[in-house]
Design a binder for this molecule. Sequence first.
Ligand code: SF4
Length: 78
Amino acid sequence: MVEPQPAATIEFDEGICVVSGMCTSLASEIFRVSDDRLTLEVLQTEIPADLVAKAERAEACCPMDAIKVVRREGESTA
Ligand code: SF4
């Protein structure tokens, strides 16, 4: 079976993340704060189409600009 291509990928800069948790409340399918609350875990870096809008909301709301959502070429920006 051929896996569907991801619609976007997540680039995350752990070095500047302050673990505010903002992204986890906006996209819990993608981001999670570790149990010790010291690090952010990215649960999936390859994002299917139905999660791209959530990922982009998290990107826009990150206070540190630690998240970049990179759409695959040819994907709609709508
Ligand atoms: S919103 Fe940004 S700074 Fe806050 S936990 Fe997520 S990636 Fe880190």
